[in-house]
Design a protein. Sequence first.
Length: 113
Amino acid sequence: MALLDNDKNILPISSIAEILATKPRTLKMYEEKGLLPQERRQIKKLYSINDIKLIAFVHYLASVKKINAHGIKFILDMLYNNIDEQNRQDFINKVELEMEKISGNDVKDIETM
């Protein structure tokens, strides 16, 4: 049994916004555009560590790479439906290395997409 379950829903969107140095409204906008993991059937939406990685990737694409919602949907579709697991993991690892180099001050918070 693993010590940490990366799929367990533990954090609300407001905490994720704080981690990513952005506004909760920005993440809710991504959610409204269908860019975040699907809604949970619970009173308060919580997200897992794996969800947070995806949310961080979406935020990186929108705020750093300036990709609009349609482009992000296309990238996510390609990533999760058209690439095998090994290549997907390699790509995600490379992107995570790039994201680690960026501070919260380097990211421009966006309110419109």
